[in-house]
Every structure is written in structure tokens, then in C-alpha cells.
Design a protein around this ligand. Structure first.
Ligand code: ZN
Length: 133
């Protein structure tokens, strides 16, 4: 498997509008627009930082994964995303090595990316996302 870079950091927030006050107005990161991914009950907003990005995640429903995360742990870094060259083969390789996956197959993420999550039990407690663009 070839990991190319940290693609983005996913940060769970109560409100993207409110989050923009710090990430964009104060830090000066450029807001690249928001996108809702209905299957995940989440709206995401991307802010490029050099080669990587900050992704703010706002839940669209009280039972969405981001809402549940905030309920349990509060706002904060929810996942780390690595960009891979070939997500299908990366998942096959991890499966073969006995790593517990949340997504057995890639699904559609924001910006048309293919994404898949690994189980935090297998990653020292970090929710790891693989993505291919
Ligand atoms: Zn992400």
C-alpha cells in the first residue's frame, strides 16, 4: 500500500458557520465551500492548508455519526485521512493483515473521493480514513 500524504484532518463541530470564525476569519484559511453527504448525515467544509486540508464536519441529524461523536467526546478531531494511490488494494492488504475495517469496500465521500474507514480498535484509537482522489 502506498500512502501519499495526510489528505485532511476531520474535525467535528456543532456548526460550520460558527467554526468558520476560527478556521477562516482568524487563521485565514480559505473556505472552499460546503457539501452535504446524505448517506453519512453530514455536511463537510474544506479549508486547504498547504498540501493538506482541514475538514469541518457538521451533523445533519441527531443520529448521525458526527452528532454521536460530539455527544460522546465533544467537538474536536474526529478522524485522520490518508490519501492512498489505490484504495481497493489498500483495503485488501489491510484485510489480509487482519486489520478490522469499518468499510469493507470504498464508498463515496465529499468531492467525489473514494473513502473507507478503519476501525479505531485496530489503530490505537484513531479513526483512520483512507481516501483516493
Ligand atoms: Zn474525512
Amino acid at each position: 500500500m502506498k500512502i501519499l500524504k495526510i489528505d485532511h484532518l476531520g474535525i467535528a463541530v456543532n456548526s460550520i458557520e460558527e467554526g468558520k470564525n476560527f478556521w477562516s476569519a482568524i487563521l485565514g484559511l480559505k473556505f472552499e465551500g460546503a457539501e452535504t453527504v446524505e448517506e453519512q448525515k453530514v455536511t463537510t467544509a474544506f479549508f486547504p492548508v498547504g498540501e493538506s486540508e482541514v475538514e469541518l464536519l457538521e451533523s445533519t441529524a441527531p443520529d448521525g455519526p458526527v452528532a454521536k461523536y460530539i455527544e460522546k467526546k465533544g467537538q474536536g478531531i474526529q478522524h485522520v485521512a490518508f490519501r492512498v494511490e489505490d484504495i481497493e488494494s489498500a483495503l485488501e492488504e489491510l484485510k489480509a493483515k487482519g486489520i478490522q475495517l469499518i468499510d469493507q469496500k470504498p464508498r463515496k465521500g465529499a468531492g467525489g473521493a473514494k473513502i473507507a474507514f478503519l476501525h479505531p480498535k485496530a489503530t490505537n484509537g484513531v479513526l483512520v480514513e483512507l481516501c483516493q482522489r
